[in-house]
Design a protein around this ligand. Structure first.
Ligand SMILES: CC(C)(COP(=O)(O)OP(=O)(O)OC[C@H]1O[C@@H](n2cnc3c(N)ncnc32)[C@H](O)[C@@H]1OP(=O)(O)O)[C@@H](O)C(=O)NCCC(=O)NCCS
Length: 184
């Protein structure tokens, strides 16, 4: 399975999902100050321009072999980056894994819902992907509610699946299937 950048770009009334750019360093700096984002991502916790540019180049390079896509979430009006969407293929055939974050000021305005609806429908209908999964820490109520709102189903608990702060943590696995979209 090969993932290629969406063409045309994914746009809704609220968001534009596009390639990361060197103009997005403010967003990366802000995300690095969040207590949680740098823990589970490669966002630099200590920002420098060189680290910010390296983050952008890393996102571009994820698509080098077609196995993943890393895209910025921007506000539709301003085109300012406020978050991140990651799609990566897995060892399971025709399955992709979804990851995401938004900077704190962009949260609780429906931006996550808009972005995940847009990217999940695109990946499941315009690609050879049949199954989209997301793994969430049980305490992450925002992420759990977001996935449920976007039509994902809870499949079960992956025990000691996440390694955070040098400790194992359970994860909840959610999925959205191409089949689910035809029942919306
Ligand atoms: C998870 C995240 C992307 C949610 O994005 P968002 O744009 O704030 O979500 P939305 O505004 O679209 O809200 C979606 C739903 O979640 C609910 N929600 C959002 N934040 C919440 C919170 N902190 N606690 C409980 N519910 C929350 C909203 O109320 C809404 O449900 P409703 O319509 O029934 O009221 C954002 O909180 C985030 O970036 N968190 C840090 C990174 C992270 O956890 N990434 C996911 C790792 S699995």
């Amino acid at each position: 399975m090969r993932l290629v950048y969406p063409d045309p770009e994914l746009v809704s009334d609220a968001v534009r999902i596009r390639k990361w750019s060197f103009d997005d360093l403010d967003c990366i700096e802000t995300a690095g100050r969040d207590p949680e984002i740098p823990k589970g991502t490669t966002v630099p916790a200590v920002f420098t321009v060189a680290e910010g540019r390296a983050f952008v180049e890393r996102q571009w390079s994820r698509n080098d072999d077609g196995q993943a896509l890393a895209l910025a979430v921007a506000e539709a009006g301003s085109n300012d980056a406020v978050g991140h969407m990651y799609l990566g293929s897995t060892r399971v055939e025709r399955q992709c894994r979804l990851g995401y974050w938004l900077i704190p000021d962009a949260r609780r305005q429906g931006i996550g819902t808009s972005a995940i609806r847009l990217i999940s429908r695109w990946v499941l209908t315009e690609n050879e992907v049949y199954r989209l999964v997301a793994e969430v820490h049980p305490d992450n109520l925002a992420s759990r509610r977001l996935l449920e709102k976007c039509g994902f189903s809870l499949e079960g608990t992956l025990r000691s699946w996440l390694w955070i702060d040098d400790q194992p943590h359970d994860a909840l696995q959610y999925s959205l299937l191409r089949f689910d979209l035809s029942h919306e």
